[in-house]
Design a protein around this ligand. Structure first.
Ligand code: 16G
Ligand code: MG
Length: 547
């Protein structure tokens, strides 16, 4: 096969010219921005994925077109490496250079990547592409596919799928189906089979009721849940709201991000009995949070930290009962509620580590354990099992029921990346086994009130952090000022970091009371405005009482 790099340039100039002069930054999870500026980015990512596939000996590379929890006009691209991880960090810089060169420099830049990485362009390559249900996604998908074709690569289009489904397809194909069949049906089959075996015909147990309200964020997670329901034979009664079919914009006033950040139910929430279990996923269904309202109408959130502690506690029980010796660990980020960390360290005696925001960091760290549980507070997470763990559990399963359960859990969990639907089925399984309702679950510890704010600044990159984002080293003096403010609040904790997905600085605060938390967040927000070049309107003080 001979490759003519002129084709790349010709395609780019004719069909995907670079229209934006602004430098595009590789964010927390790939490139994201207004859809109208992304055609050239997508085409180039098709090119890059093909090169990456050849670099990795022809393994499948995934490209997912989605802007996750962002509003509808945005879109974005996430690249998936052969084992299901996010694109290797050293290639982020390669990707950034490639999207930022002019059309005229493109051919030369591609040649440089080939040379620098010793890529044999005559070998075969395979790229899987999926997209969310934004109206501009099909156009962008075509751009990715053309990028692959420009380099004579093979492309397989999966159409509308969740991000975790695409990760699953990539891993399934690269493991020669040892992980499952790389088809949509294969994915449903694997999860539903494990889920139903884990239910073992017992649909209700103790306080656990077998029905749930599911907020699909008007995104792809809604459509796929409807597919699950068709195939589940009543093992779980799911009512899907915010289906995104006909009415409702993706993530608008609904979905996991809205529920978590606003700390309230989606706007379209129907009237339900107090303590009804509700679940929200985000626009591409890789995050999940639970919530309910009590008999006084008060809202309660069960976020990623709650899921992490529930899962970690349960896995620990099963491992202990199975009398096997495995290293368990939980990975969190600075956003983890202080109360959850205390609970897991003091009560569950589970080792915890803290890493910077973004799945790539959590996933990587979790791989250091035999059973690595990782969750972000925003509901993004999963569990990874080492080969040693899988072999040990399989052996114990010959004699121990608890180990058999563990084996089925491994099948239910999408190890390749956080998967809202798989995580939800996992939580449902644990609650069912324990006979718990939401009240039992939430009573394990009390969350510290917390608040997040966004601050607009001239250039968010003036903020630099260390110590897993818990400390800010630049601009100089900001951390010292934050420390002074934090010291005035009981159980106060606050940190600031530049967002990797939006042009803002994020402020996180927690403290003993809601009022204190709001005050602390506001004070720190003002410090950021003052010391990091704030722009835009003066920050307004949050007020929980009015939420
Ligand atoms: C992305 C990340 C998510 C992280 C979020 C933070 C992946 C697949 N997703 O959605 O893990 O929590 O960004 O956004 O890594 P931020 O940088 O804007 O706060
Ligand atoms: Mg997402």
């Amino acid at each position: 096969m001979s490759i003519n790099l002129r084709t790349v340039y010709a395609f780019a100039r004719e069909m995907y010219p670079k229209t934006s002069k602004e430098t595009i930054q590789y964010g927390t999870a790939g490139f994201r921005g207004k859809a109208e500026f992304l055609d050239s980015v997508m085409f180039r990512m098709g090119v890059l994925a093909t090169l990456r596939s050849r670099y990795r000996g022809g393994s499948v590379i995934g490209v997912m077109i989605t802007a996750s929890h962002n509003p509808e006009p945005d879109n974005g691209v996430k690249l998936v490496d052969p084992k299901g991880e996010m694109l290797e960090a050293s290639w982020e810089a390669i990707a950034t250079d490639l999207v930022n060169v002019s059309d005229q420099e493109l051919e030369q830049q591609v040649a440089k990547i080939i040379k620098d990485n010793n890529i044999d362009v005559t070998t075969s390559s395979q790229v899987f592409v999926g997209m969310d249900n934004r109206y501009h996604s099909p156009r962008l998908l075509k751009a990715v596919a053309d990028g692959v074709i420009a380099l004579k690569g093979n492309v397989k289009e999966y159409g509308i799928v969740t991000t975790p489904m695409l990760h699953y397809f990539v891993v399934a194909a690269n493991t020669k189906e040892a992980y499952g069949k790389p088809t949509e049906e294969g994915y449903y089959e694997k999860l539903i089979k494990a889920f139903e075996l884990l239910r073992n015909g017992r649909l209700e147990n103790g306080n656990y009721r077998n029905s749930i309200i599911y907020d699909g964020a008007n995104g792809v997670g809604a459509r796929k849940m409807l597919q699950f329901i068709k195939r589940m034979k009543g093992s779980l009664n799911v009512t899907v709201i915010n289906q995104g079919i006909g009415v409702g914009k993706i993530n608008e006033d609904c979905g996991a991000d809205y529920v978590k950040v606003q700390q309230r139910p989606p706007k379209s929430m129907p009237e339900v009995e107090p303590f009804t279990r509700c679940v929200s996923v985000d626009g591409d269904a890789d995050r999940v949070v639970y919530f309910f309202s009590d008999d006084k109408g008060e809202f309660h959130l069960l976020d990623g930290d709650r899921i992490a502690t529930l899962v970690a506690g349960y896995l620990m029980e099963l491992v202990t009962q199975s009398e096997i010796n495995l290293r368990l660990g939980l990975v969190q980020t600075a956003y983890a509620n202080g109360a959850s960390t205390d609970y897991i360290v003091d009560k569950l005696k589970f080792p915890v580590s803290c890493v910077p925001t973004g799945v790539k960091h959590l996933h990587h760290k979790a791989l250091e354990y035999d059973i690595g549980v990782y969750f972000e507070a925003n509901g993004h997470g999963t569990i990874v099992f080492s080969d040693n763990a899988k072999a040990t559990i399989a052996q114990a399963a010959e004699t121990k029921e608890s180990a058999k359960t563990l084996l089925l859990l491994i099948d239910l969990i999408n190890e390749t990346v956080g998967d809202a639907i798989s995580d939800m089925l996992l939580v449902e399984t644990i609650l069912n086994h324990k006979g718990w309702d939401v009240q039992d679950w939430i009573s394990s510890y009390n969350d510290l009130p917390n608040r997040q704010l966004k601050v607009k600044v001239q250039d968010r990159n003036v903020i630099e952090t260390t110590n897993a984002e818990r400390e800010c080293v630049k601009p100089e003096g900001l951390q010292t000022e934050i420390n002074k403010v934090v010291a005035n609040y009981k159980r106060g904790r606050s940190f600031v970091r530049p967002s990797g997905t939006e042009d803002v600085v994020r402020v996180y605060a927690e403290a003993a009371t809601k009022e204190d938390t709001d005050d602390l967040a506001y004070e720190v927000g003002l410090l950021v405005q003052k010391l990091a070049g704030g722009v835009g309107p003066e920050l307004t003080k949050p007020n929980s009482a009015h939420l």
